[in-house]
Design a binder for this molecule. Sequence first.
Ligand SMILES: [Zn+2]
Length: 325
Amino acid sequence: MKEEEIRPKRIFDEYRRLAELDAEKYFGASGREHVCCPACGLNGLYSFTKHTFVYEECPACQTLFASPRPPVEAFSLFYQESESAKYVASTFYKETAEARREKIWRPKAKMLSEIIKRFGADRSDMVDIGGGYGIFAEEFGKISGRQVTVIEPGSALAEICRGKGLKVIQGFLDDIEPGQLPVGSKVFVSFELFEHLHAPEKFLLRLKELMGSGDMFIFTTLSGAGVDIQALWEDSKSVSPPHHLNFFNPKSARILLERSGFEVLQTSTPGKLDIDILCNNQEFIKDRFWRTFIIQASEAEKQAMQTFISDNGLSSHMLVVCRKL
Ligand SMILES: [Zn+2]
């Protein structure tokens, strides 16, 4: 898979331009509060500033996180109104929807169905938090024959999901009552949401209230210890404030989850794009090893390296499987 197929440069660059303007417009005048490492609670050390957002790195678990942080209210407004948030929901996802269905959601639905089978949860009801266009729900439904419940706060996206015949609960996780969810055992999933969360621990504690004992939570997010983010660091396009605030890694995600009362069943990094992202951003690579590798390696060597990266927890696309104790 290539980055261009799921994130065309033209569309991605425009999104990044709008996000930079929004960082100033929505957060320029807002107060900011110091936050500790969202995984282990220690004070972070200054790493860099990007579009007025300061990022710190935890000296103990290497989580990269935005601190100080604007208040959560500023983010609510930003996600409802801002040009970059609208651009993601309209142009970005609309123009890439079918490519993403084939390259991302269909394989992901297959992977998820294998995971839940492995952990004996294939008869559980699936709930997709932040289900967006509902493409995962559609694809998982095709494979499993089971209906996915979508939790989606955005009214336009919720309407699109309803139009597809999906079961939708419109609202943020905070607004959901346990009675709105399917009865019986459940598997909660969320994709590319965790890096956006203002307060990840609070999110997990709220989620736990909606979960029964033994229910699973499976999520994907960016790993800040992944190859392309490590090599590009502040120039990584994944480090895009105000959207992306938390970059956990396999080690630190485990710390946060165990602290929050979850049993971690698996952390892995099934990402496929690290090397391609480095190829597309050669001029920003800081590390000599990676710069030389990207210039000299053959396609086959790059593919072998990507496989090694994914197999050894070193990709920036991370998958976590856990269960409420
Ligand atoms: Zn930490």
